[in-house]
Design a protein around this ligand. Structure first.
Ligand SMILES: [Zn+2]
Ligand SMILES: [Zn+2]
Length: 229
């Protein structure tokens, strides 16, 4: 009996261990310890395009020459260990509950939240294969923290597009032409698009352009990481 109780309490304690290093977690609801959390890389970055910089800036050399079709860019951190490892588990090992701590990390960065959050949709075939839309799960957690309204149906994919990072810039633009459609409902002047990892930026750019064409004045991008291809 005693050994059963010991085993049971050990089992409960394991639930409060850091999922990266197995030391005690930072709190009853945290899945990481303070030491690991401190190592989640979040260096300064450009608040327009998302490039890592030596200090935070509203614009940088990358985007002054070629501004993006959105206004503000927020990211949870840099695509390096341990954040990279956790995102990989979330997306490819179906550990969808990791949306909670990841969404919280992102929400902490957002100082001027948009009233409406639109997650970048997956094509229905890709969603069926993965079983969930990772961007919707992240957006749900961010919305809980920022008090924004979440709409997972407003923007839809109308055709299947192959992964962007395998294509040239011209192919990417062609690939994304008319990739998204908006359902017929009024939009506020400030909207945020939520994506898990922004690589080339062309997917969020296509969606942001569509929003601007429908009268949205300010489009923000919320993502976990930016990894320029
Ligand atoms: Zn740890
Ligand atoms: Zn920039």
């Amino acid at each position: 009996m005693v050994s059963f109780i010991t085993q049971f309490t050990n089992f409960l304690r394991r639930g409060h261990r850091c999922q990266l290093c197995h030391l005690p977690a930072a709190g009853p609801h945290s899945i990481w310890c303070q030491h690991c959390l401190a190592r989640f890389p979040c260096p300064p970055y450009c608040h327009h395009c998302g490039h890592t910089l030596l200090e935070d800036a509203d614009h940088c050399g990358h985007c002054l020459n070629a501004p993006q079709p959105w206004q503000r860019f927020y990211r949870a951190g840099e695509y390096q260990f341990p954040l990279r490892h956790v995102i990989h588990q979330f997306k490819f090992q179906r550990k969808f509950w990791l949306a909670n701590p990841l969404g919280e990390l992102l929400a902490q960065q957002i100082d001027d939240p948009a009233p409406l959050l639109l997650p970048i949709p997956l094509h229905p075939l890709r969603r069926l294969k993965r079983g969930f839309n990772q961007s919707s799960l992240i957006a749900q957690v961010v919305a809980q923290h920022t008090g924004s309204h979440l709409d997972t149906q407003r923007i839809k994919r109308q055709r299947y597009t192959p992964p962007q990072h395998r294509l040239s810039k011209v192919q990417r633009q062609h690939n994304l032409e008319r990739a998204f459609i908006l359902t017929d409902k009024p939009l506020p002047s400030h909207v945020a698009l939520v994506d898990d990892v922004v690589t080339t930026g062309s997917t969020v750019a296509a969606a942001a352009t569509l929003l601007h064409n429908h009268g949205v004045e300010r489009v923000d991008i919320y993502c976990l990481c930016y990894t320029p291809a």
